[in-house]
Structures are given as C-alpha cells and as structure tokens.
Design a protein around this ligand. Sequence first.
Ligand SMILES: N[C@@H](CCC[C@H](N)C(=O)O)C(=O)O
Length: 275
Amino acid sequence: MSLRFTKMQGLGNDFIVFDGVRQPVDLDAATIRRLADRRFGIGCDQILLVEPPRLPNTDFHYRIFNADGSEVEQCGNGARCFARFVRDQGLSDQDEIPVGTAAGPIRLYLEADGQVRVDMGVPRLTPAQIPFLAESESVTYALEVAGETLTIGAVSMGNPHAVLLVEDVESAPVARLGPLIEQHPRFPQRVNAGFMQILTSTQIRLRVYERGVGETLACGTGACAAVVSGRLRGLLDSRVRVSLPGGELTIEWRGSSQTLWMTGPATTVFQGEIE
Ligand SMILES: N[C@@H](CCC[C@H](N)C(=O)O)C(=O)O
C-alpha cells in the first residue's frame, strides 16, 4: 500500500498526518510504531488521521496515535496542525473548523496572524473522568512513587495528566520520575506527566513526559492541564504564557466549568509518499 503523508510540527512536537478522507488509511499498532520510528520510519511523536465526521455538527473526525501504537483521546499541538492541514490540503475553506475526537468535539480557529486558536472544551477534574484512583476529587493528591511522596494535580483534557510543581524545570527529574508516573497503578490508562515551574502568575515553564512517547519538546494538552492545576492551586491568572522546550503557547481559562483556549503555531515540514 502506498500512502501520501505530511510531516508537521507544533513547537517541535512532531506529527505524521494522513488524509483519510481522500485515501484509505488502515493503521495497525505495528505499522504505527514502524512509521514513528526515527531510524527505520519517517519519525514522529504522534500520527494524526483526518477522517470524515462521526459526531453531529462537526466537519471531520480527528484520530491520534502515540509513537508506541496506542490510540489516544486528545492532542493539543496536533489539533492546531490538523486545522492547518485541512486548510492547506483544500479539505476545508473555513476559518472555524468543528472537529470530533474520541474525547468529544473541539473547535479550531485559523487566525489572521497564522496562529491557530483551539477551544479545548471544559477540563475534567473528577477522578473517574481522568481516570485516577482516588476516594474523592481534590486540588492535589499525594502519590507514592519509588519511596517518595509526590504532590500532584490530576486533570483530564480528554486525555489524562498529572502535574507536579518543581523549583527549576531544567533540573527536574523528568527522565527518572516521568516513566514511573506514566505507569503508576493509580492511573489505570497511564498518564502524561507534567513538570511545572511557576515564574509569575502569568508565566510558567513546563516539561512533559508524554504517555506512549517519552519526553517531547512540547505537549499542548499538558500545557492546558498545567494551567488548570496551577489555577486551581491559586497560583495563576486566567491568561498564562507557557514556555516549553520547543516554544510558547498561550492558555486562557477562567475557571471551573469554563471552556479552555489554547493558542500557538502549526507548521508543515515536508510531504511525501511511503510504501
Ligand atoms: N502531544 C500531545 C499529546 C498527545 C497524546 C498524549 N501522549 C497521550 O497519550 O495522552 C499534545 O500536544 O497534547
């Protein structure tokens, strides 16, 4: 089978994007792992698949696969690339694009300055929605990891996130704690682990160890979850600049039961065809 693809990136979080509207795309986990491999394949953190709509009042369905082959519910940097892709490929001529995901509908807005703004929906905080094993909902939880008690926030942006506060993001033990948190038995569907340094009430630094990938240069939903957790802890304002190793995002969230907005870039790197 020969497949046309586009390589894209949002803040260095990189994607292989397939148009599953105009060509049949049938991906199994082994094929995804092979395509995502940086030596034997094209290389990416996630594969994004554009499909015809499944949910009412949406124009497309957006599917996301991690480099380890697992299908996941949401991807923020991918959502911005998805918007740029459907416009550049002529699949849509709209500036506002409603899209269905496994986590529900989101809305993508192509801005005049080239940035993409995404209505990411309302963050989910109850343990069952994340999913996270806890007696009741709380702003922070104690999590035992390798003999240490960590204080984490737990947030779902459609996909699960644990958020830790650190003094200095550069020296944060992302490589040591990331995999242990990702696989922690209290997160039955595994989890993305964010390490957040608060600079001011309007600016944070963040590194994310992503479920199914490892540390990436940026995680859009991780940035959303960090701002939600920081705001619930009373440490952040409603509009926050998030500096990630690959660049910056702006996150806006007024508070509980409000929708969250993410704004940032989306870039095409190259196009190709693979057997
Ligand atoms: N890079 C993404 C998140 C991709 C999915 C994540 N690894 C998961 O398993 O939930 C983003 O930009 O949000």
